[in-house]
Write a protein that binds this ligand. Sequence first.
Ligand SMILES: Nc1ncnc2c1ncn2[C@@H]1O[C@H](COP(=O)(O)OP(=O)(O)O)[C@@H](O)[C@H]1O
Ligand code: SF4
Ligand SMILES: [Mg+2]
Length: 364
Amino acid sequence: MALLEVEELSVTFRQRGRRTVRAVDGVSFSVDAGEVVGLVGESGCGKSVTSLAIMGLLPRQAGVTVEGRADFDGTDLLRVDRRTMRDIRGRDIAMIFQDPLSSLNPVLPIGRQVTEVLARHRGLSGEAARREAAELLDRVGIPDPTRRLREYPHQLSGGMRQRALIAIAVACRPRLLIADEPTTALDVTIQAQILELLKELVRDSGTALIMITHDLGVVAGMCDTVNVLYAGRVVETARRRPLFTEPRHPYTVGLLNSIPRLDGGRGERLSPIPGSVRDVLPWADGCAFAPRCSRQVPSCVGGPPALVLTHTDRSYRCVNPVPPAAGPATPADSGTAPAPTAGGSAAGETRTTAVPAAREEESA
Ligand SMILES: Nc1ncnc2c1ncn2[C@@H]1O[C@H](COP(=O)(O)OP(=O)(O)O)[C@@H](O)[C@H]1O
Ligand code: SF4
Ligand SMILES: [Mg+2]
């Protein structure tokens, strides 16, 4: 069993006088210790709401409904009381937010905030804790760390605060770390440095890392497994390499075509996905991506597309997927005869809507 298993997670916001939003709609994925799992997709697809639900940080109020399971080491995080959740957050799970100001304590110097974590989680105190704190600030690219340790959050720039927050999260050596667009606001050199630090944390401490990003460059450098989200659902799951070399879902292909490539010809134009994330079909009526999809066929509408499993590491939610690339057969498709035709899947692929149970099965 994986360290974290999220099954059929759904989050609905109902507000009087406003349209009901099903921000997360039956999301399932898992993360093992020492694994980096990506949640990828354009803005508004439900990445942050997914992580806030797992962390128990969505407002507990009428109108906000959370369904499904999030089993962390055998405990369903969606069903524990606030106090237990606070203990788990302090001890086992950390999160790096998009908005650093709300997560730092404004009345404590940065140094105290780092050394407190080092004392609580790693038993370090006094000079040893101060040295380690300065080392961590240095590792996240904060210049003159010894001076910075004495400063308060308001004395740091937004980018510095984000880096301080990352230093605190790393200092915890959590069993699970959720990083929500951790480096979006930072310049590329610092970004590379921080991604390296996170990789080291995973390698040395066996931390399970959920990397939330809209940036496929970050995915390429970090993730073992990738979940592509669209309109609140996972539309494709694959290991990193097959996702990049042989994407099957048209939305994944669209994301890949909209990033610059080093080996692209000079002046080669990127092809962004047409339309906007707001052009969605409700899943109940068909594929939410249909209004933007160039591979649409009549069977794409009229009901939600079932999840197709090609093997345990690959699934997609599409009735007319991009055919597997010609060339050496991947384990997913070896031995299967024809490429999928419009409205059908390749031989050897299993169609199912029962995601979590079917995940365990190998296709015939
Ligand atoms: N508190 C809220 N009330 C109503 N709708 C919300 C709330 N928080 C997020 N949403 C909506 O949920 C959807 C997913 O948001 P979010 O998870 O923040 O997307 P992203 O993938 O960019 O992180 C969006 O349509 C957003 O407008
Ligand atoms: S189900 Fe149809 S509309 Fe949706 S991604 Fe696949 S081909 Fe496109
Ligand atoms: Mg977000």
